[in-house]
Design a protein around this ligand. Sequence first.
Ligand code: NZQ
Ligand code: ZN
Length: 392
Amino acid sequence: MYNFNYYTPTKVVFGRGTEEQVGQLVAQQGGSKVLIHYGGKSAVRSGLIDRIKASLDAQGIAHVELGGVVPNPHLGKVREGIELGKREGVDFLLAVGGGSVIDSAKAIGYGLAEPDKDVWELYAHKRKAAAHVPVGVVLTISATGSEMSNSSVITNELTGKKRSYNDDIARPRFAVMNPELTMSLPDYQTESGCSDIMMHTMERYFTNGGNMELTDAIAEGLLRTVMKNALILHSDPQNYDARAEVMWAGSLSHNGLTGCGCDGGDFACHNLEHELGGMFDVTHGAGLTAIWGSWARYVYKDCLPRFVKFAKNVMGVEGSGDEDTALKGIAALEDFFRSIGMPVSIRELGIAPTEEQILAMAQSCAEANGGKKGSAKVLYPEDMAEIYRMAR
Ligand code: NZQ
Ligand code: ZN
């Protein structure tokens, strides 16, 4: 077991109708001029943005808005938000949406707090942030856990580089989570979200260092719960309890809880996916399931005890001997992904990277991570390229 810090300053306001409290929550944080940030049109169409404006108006809090955040959010929109925020004297950012909107708001928060510096320098890991304008969240999709995480992932659309920057100062001040708000999601987005949630826990579970019994029990319970409820939502998308289970799992999966005592996690799948997202603009959760099986078959021998434990405790399968059990567990999870309509190969994402593109993604992934990545097995560019090839 390793030493750890567990820091989760985000106030969670969970349940039906909680978005009505947004005005009070912003007031408690001292916000006086709010930038309401959102994505395409889902939050406008549902009337959510209007309800949020009414809640702010009721507290006498001024607001401006900026929509148009796209999935795999763009640096250009972040810069637009920083300019608008400067012009309008914004002192609080309200993200209404999913991971893309929250991450864009976090990035604007960095840019507004240090207006003379280029915000991309953070994502290029050239410096650390010294300040941040606070962010609050109204969550509309359960997936990334960004509503409680210290992470923000932005794509520089001019270079195709998708990069993350992690800093505790950007953890949201509050997260309003009403599971009903996720009922309008298309099935593919719901299930991509469930897959991403599972992956955040698995990235911390498949490691070669410092695993704790309690953390493992939380992780395994979380994975079983998400699988059960992802299946329910595949056929019954209006099921409130299933929406609620998944939503809470999403936050706990990426706020640090499922990694306490471990070595910091593997995160190779995530970083391999970020290259796919940057180059081909794929849906994050689907990109993860497309790669996972190939990653697992490439690394399992170097992390055998964890794969055996996963097969038995999460997937409920056992073979003849450890290797067979591990492989049966991997196959069982791929079957599960298929059962909820998720891809298990890159081809099923509808893209066909060339050998040249595979080499470029592997090189870029390694560069973004100081030359190597992984804990289950440390991967170098040639390993990464081989996993992309296996996943094709
Ligand atoms: O833009 P709108 O119209 O809102 O449509 C969105 C978008 O098309 C739609 N949507 C969201 N809520 C909806 C809805 N449609 C109907 N009803 C609703 N209630 O869903 C689509 C996907 O939204 P997006 O925010 O992109 O999804 P997600 O939450 O999966 O975020 C993905 C981004 O977060 C990053 C990913 O890499 C990706 O860029 N991640 C961020 C992390 C973090 N900050 O901690 C960790 C993750 O590992 C991940 O990398
Ligand atoms: Zn993720």
